[in-house]
Design a protein around this ligand. Structure first.
Ligand code: ADP
Length: 929
């Protein structure tokens, strides 16, 4: 621990320390000498006074002996007067032996005269020195004592006390002496110490000055003030140090100059490379813009190609469907079915190519429509089963729907179809034997939202565990040799994953080589208010021959659900035994064929036996790769031939056809006639530059009683609209001279056509174009190739009550805008809600540009600011999708910064664009007053 003094010392600078080291001993010595001089001098003064006073007292005692004996007053006073002449004596008194005052002179302090010692004594009282001495009378008597040794008489002194003398001396005089002496000594000490202080200070300064100078020189060296250091002078004894310092300064100065010139050179180099970087960045910018432009052209090209290819496909599919209805011959109907399936596959391929380009451009967006999931999965299986025909493999394709799963949903049916097509297509591609099952179950259902779980389970080649992680990367395939064997682009799973994620779901895979793979995924959809049309129970007795257990269970379950009592057998003997026993009760035999020569022979025998022996109608179910031509002679014997996979709808229709030929049962016939009577008498204008497409519409609509007017250009449509009114208009988009959107804008200006439903018939697949179509004033669009059912359904929707129109709008807005939320926040005040919404929506265009600008500049802080601002505002305006996407983006920016942010920004921008495109569709209630 440091003492306070040490602490103080440690905080002092060198000069102060040195000063105190020099000065402190001198100060101590001078103090000691001073004290010594004072004490000796004071002692001497006191001693002298005591000596003098006691001497005078004794002298007075001796001289006054006889004066007292003889009571001689005069003598007494004379003696006292003599004593009083001394300067120190103030007063003197004589006392007799009875202690009574005999004489007194001078001024004595009034003291009690009680102290009378037998010997001379001195004492100090109240600043006075009192000396008392007894007075003896000595008488020499004749009675001498003889001293034998000396032979002489020694007289004997007889002493008797006769009185006392008291003398008082004042000590004031010596006090003054003491003060004078002390002042002198102190003065000399102060003078001496002052001189010493000055000398010590000067010495300390002269000793520390060079050190200070050196320290300041080093300081300047550090700051690079070399010239100041050179001007510094040190005392001669430091000459060599000064020389060394100068050398050091010069060296440092040279080094510094070299350094500065090096830095200047480097700065110049950096400036030059910055210039060249700027040049390169400008070139890159230009190249980037060119790349973006070429990407845009590519997308445009793809959209055009898709239009060009879809238009003829529209005609092929349309006429195929028409032929399907007209053709009675089962074999020809199968050919037509195959044409339909192949055309659909072609459409799927076009869709895939378009989708990948959209994913690359970040433009993939979802639509909302009502769709039947069960029918959709049936359809996917139908389309994909074509692969079984061409690849010659036997696989059971089985859809399994859990009983609590509804059939109708609102969502992007095209995308759901695409996900399933990719996964089921892969499963079929990589499976040689066994089954590909698709299990669908309901994971959760909360108000409008439903989460579905799908599993696509195959018994194929499987995927090695270490390669599973590669699956969802673009262009990656498990290995190149399988690629060669199986073909494919390696894009399917990437598109699938992106689509699943866009539907707020997840996809995962588990697989074991040579055992099979299971792809599981979930998606979020909305509940639809449509219910599955319950089928009229058929009440048939059917015997089923189905060798595959999986397929047998699947058909069993379905037949039971439509009221068909079914007895199933897995081999021919079992079937024949059953037939012999129950032939009278059976309404039909459902026979699944086993490919191969033997199978064909056995099937032929069974059908002949059942039809000719017992008159029981047979429906044949052919498992690809079996071909209809192999059963050529059976087509007349069988009531129907169905190609596996057997869709619920087709099986139901085939069974119904059995009834149709039976005049006693008419109910099922009624059930299949489409309920489009309402459309009778509607007048519809169809505008398309392609006569084939117009004829197709004519072909579909005229038979059901629709009055259809066909025109070939926008100009003709406007002329026609002025002379006539229509209930609905179908409008092609791409037409020479005046395109569909421009024609619509002109039509909307005509007084009678402000509310007429105008439906676009478009082959344009890009979401941005679809939004443009709606923005031009059209009410909806149908994508080519046009499905007859959908066409009729659309007419019905738009030409019946406004509720259906609202439904459609609601379905469109459901993911974008929540009106209830917007109104609840402002207590139902529409005008405030709309004002708030308009403020946000009006600012979005500028905000979008700002976001892109900050993204380009990679300014995370500013980007977060803008996104945070929109996020905050969007929570109170009902713009649910923007709020959601802004939330994602804000979290991403805060946690991961700019890393991989582009995709998230694109989603956010899409959400903004989607809202702006559909802004006019929001059904604001009448404004509150
Ligand atoms: P591709 O067009 O090549 O099929 P995908 O992205 O659909 O592209 O699939 C990528 C790869 O994943 C396939 O090439 C295949 O190796 C593997 N794969 C996908 N599904 C299966 C499956 N069901 N069984 C085995 N391998 C599969």
């Amino acid at each position: 621990m440091k003492t306070p003094l040490l602490k103080k010392l440690s905080t002092m600078n060198v000069r102060q320390t040195l000063f105190w080291f020099l000065f402190t001993p001198v100060l101590l010595i001078s103090l000691f000498v001073g004290i010594f001089l004072l004490t000796t001098r004071f002692h001497d003064l006191d001693h002298n006074l005591h000596e003098r006073v006691s001497h005078i007292t004794k002298q007075v005692a001796t001289t006054s002996e006889y004066a007292i004996v003889f009571s001689d007053q005069n003598m007494m006073y004379r003696i006292l007067q003599n004593a009083l002449n001394s300067d120190d004596i103030n007063g003197i008194r004589l006392f007799n032996s009875e202690q009574k005052r005999l004489a007194e002179l001078g001024k004595a302090p009034s003291m009690q005269d009680t102290f009378f010692p037998e010997k001379t004594q001195l004492r100090e009282i109240d600043g006075y020195l009192q000396s008392i001495s007894p007075i003896y009378y000595t008488s020499n008597t004749p009675d001498s004592v003889f001293d034998i040794n000396s032979g002489l008489f020694n007289p004997v002194d007889q002493r008797s006390l006769i009185g006392w003398v008291k003398i008082e001396a004042n000590t004031a005089a010596i006090q003054i002496d003491k003060y004078q002496y002390a002042s002198l000594v102190i003065f000399i000490l102060v003078l001496f110490n002052t001189v010493i202080i000055l000398a010590a200070f000067r010495l300390a300064t002269s000793l520390t000055q060079p050190i200070d100078k050196l320290s300041s020189a080093l300081n300047k060296l550090v700051k690079g003030q070399f010239s100041n250091v050179k001007l510094m002078t040190l005392p001669p004894e430091y000459a060599s140090l000064q020389k060394d310092l100068l050398d050091l300064t010069e060296r440092l100065e040279n080094h510094n100059e070299e350094l500065v010139s090096g830095i200047e050179q480097a700065t110049e180099d950096i400036r030059r490379s910055m210039d060249s970087m700027e040049e390169k960045s400008a070139q890159l910018h230009i190249a980037n813009r060119e790349a973006m432009e070429s990407n845009r052209l590519k997308s445009q090209f793809l959209a055009n190609i898709s239009h060009e290819v879809r238009t003829p496909l529209n005609a092929i599919l349309g006429y195929t469907k028409t032929l399907q209805k007209d053709i009675e011959d089962t074999q020809h109907r199968l050919y037509i079915d195959t044409i339909e399936q192949s055309t659909n596959s072609l459409l799927a391929i076009i869709g895939d190519i378009l989708d990948f380009s959209k994913i690359e451009a970040g433009k993939l967006s979802l639509e909302n429509n009502h769709f039947n999931l069960k029918a959709l999965i049936d359809d996917v299986y139908q389309i994909l089963s074509i692969n079984l025909l061409t690849k010659e493999k036997q696989i059971d394709l089985v859809p399994e729907f859990s009983s609590d799963t509804p059939e109708w949903f609102v969502g992007d049916s095209t995308r759901v179809r695409q996900i399933l097509t990719n996964l089921i297509g892969n499963a079929i591609k990589f499976t040689h034997q066994g089954a590909v099952r698709t299990k669908v179950s309901l994971l959760s259902s909360h108000q409008q939202d439903v989460t579905l779980s799908f599993q696509i389970i195959d018994t194929g080649i499987g995927i090695p565990e270490q390669k599973i992680h590669r699956l969802f990367k673009p262009f990656s395939q498990v290995d190149t040799s399988t690629t060669r064997q199986f073909g494919g682009t390696g894009l399917g799973l990437v598109i699938t994953k992106k689509l699943v994620e866009q539907m707020h779901g997840k996809i995962e895979v588990s697989s074991a080589p040579d055992i099979g793979s299971t792809f599981r995924f979930t998606i979020n959809l909305k509940n639809s208010n449509k219910n599955a049309q319950s089928k009229v129970p058929l009440d048939f007795e059917v015997a089923l021959l189905e060798p595959s257990l999986t397929y047998k269970n699947y058909l069993d379950r379905y037949l039971q659900s439509i009221g068909v009592h079914c007895q199933s057998s897995s081999d021919l003997e079992q079937m024949i035994a059953f037939l012999n026993h129950h032939r009278s009760k059976l309404d039909c035999l459902l026979i699944s064929t086993v490919p191969g020569e033997q199978g064909i022979i056995e099937t032929r025998e069974l059908v002949t036996y059942a039809t000719q022996q017992f008159g029981i109608p047979c429906i044949l179910m052919i498992q690809p790769p079996g071909k209809i031509t192999q059963y050529h002679d059976l087509k007349h014997l069988c009531r129907d031939i169905l190609l596996k996979p057997i869709s619920h709808e087709r099986l139901y229709k085939a069974l119904q056809r059995l009834n149709a030929s039976d005049p006693t049962t008419t109910a099922p016939q009624k059930a299949i006639s489409p309920p489009y009577e309402k459309l009778k008498g509607l007048s519809i204008l169809a505008v398309d530059d392609s006569p084939i497409n117009l004829q197709l519409l004519n072909h579909w609509l005229t038979p059901i009683g629709v009055d259809i007017t066909l025109v070939y250009s926008g100009r003709q449509a406007l002329d026609m609209a002025e002379s006539q009114t229509f209930d609905l208009i179908f409008m092609d988009i791409q037409m020479p001279e005046m395109d569909g959107m421009e024609t619509t804008q002109h039509l909307r200006k005509l007084p009678n056509y402000q509310d007429t439903p105008i439906i676009a018939l478009t082959a344009h697949a890009l979401a941005s174009e679809q939004q443009q179509i709606l923005a031009s004033g059209m009410n909806a669009y149908l994508s080519k190739p046009i499905d007859e059912e959908l066409l009729l359904h659309t007419i019905e929707k738009w030409c019946s009550s406004t509720e259906t129109l609202q439904d459609q709008i609601d379905a469109k807005l459901v993911n974008i805008f929540d009106l209830n939320k917007a109104l609840t926040i402002v207590d139902g005040k529409t005008d405030i809600a709309k004002e708030m919404f308009d403020m946000l929506a009006d600012s979005l265009d500028a905000e979008k540009k700002l976001i892109l600008h900050h993204l380009e500049k990679q300014d995370t802080k500013k980007l977060i600011e803008v996104v945070h601002r929109i996020h905050g505002a969007s929570k109170y305006t009902g713009t649910v999708n923007i709020a959601r996407q802004a939330g994602f983006l804000e979290t991403h920016l805060k946690e991961l910064g700019m890393e991989d942010v582009e995709g998230v920004v694109d989603d956010f921008i899409d959400a903004i664009e989607e809202l702006l495109a559909n802004r006019q569709l929001i059904p604001w209630p009448a404004l509150s007053v």
